[in-house]
Design a binder for this molecule. Sequence first.
Ligand code: 3HC
Length: 280
Amino acid sequence: MLVRIVGSGAMGIGIAQVFAAAGHEVELTDQEKEIAIKAKAGLEKQLARLVEREKIEEKDKEDIMARIKVTSATDDVSKIDLLLEAVSESTELKRRIFEDYDARCKDDCIFATNTSSLSITELAAGLKHAERFIGMHFFNPPAVMKLVEVISGEETSEATVEKVVELSRELGKTPVICREAPGFIVNRLLIPMLNEAVELLDLGVASKDDIDEAMKLGANHPMGPLALADLIGLDVCLNIMDTLYKETGDPKFRPSVRLKKMVRAGKLGRKTGRGFHDYR
Ligand code: 3HC
């Protein structure tokens, strides 16, 4: 299968790795080619570390790298079987991308979005084939996390759901099927919990380290909520809370003011070196 991944941030490049490791040909694009080239170089370093630790063979690394080709949005798209978008969480931006590809891709190309909470129906509205539009939601880090949420919008066909479920299994993932709803399954449950951890911190109930330690040892989570928010990106967490709040109007989804302040200050977590914890 030929897969084009639009967006080479942490999710885009991680998803590219998953497809390439499963033997698919991947084309990786970003707004500027340089960004995708840099992301690919970053992946090569990560894979080199896995080779050093004897988690994978040198040959696996080479095969993965050879299957991922950096390309431009304007390059030939006629052979793409799956277009997977993993750009930042803006309905406008995502719609622009899909509209552009819609006019050029072959008729049986599946359009998938890795959105963490935006409306699949809204992203698909007005496209030639909304029945082939679907949410294929991976989790961070994509190479390690087993789950894929397969999300159908109003017009998504059963055949498309079945194809993407099958594909997810081929990738070695476990798919769960869900109908569109704000935050789908995981983010609707997970992100309010992370938001609540920020509220606890803000109220001075406990230190950041104790909040994280409490959930690691008391709930058997692999990492604490504040460390996980840093991993996901505080801007992404805030974006999801905003969507949950806006879509449901329910005050239980109100984003923490402290979370907003952190984002305004550019403390976005691991990707900027500073979040609730320091990564510099
Ligand atoms: N490719 C392949 N394998 C990799 C890899 C990569 N790029 N990076 C790491 N691995 C492997 C390691 O080799 C290791 O394998 P092993 O178990 O055989 O030793 C395993 O993955 C774990 O890696 P590490 O030892 O480096 O790291 P940890 O054991 O500390 O685990 C973690 C790190 C996987 C991030 C763990 O802390 C965890 O699961 N945290 C929770 C993550 C989570 O909840 N993610 C979901 C966020 S929500 C989301 O993404 C949705 C979005 O919409 C917001």
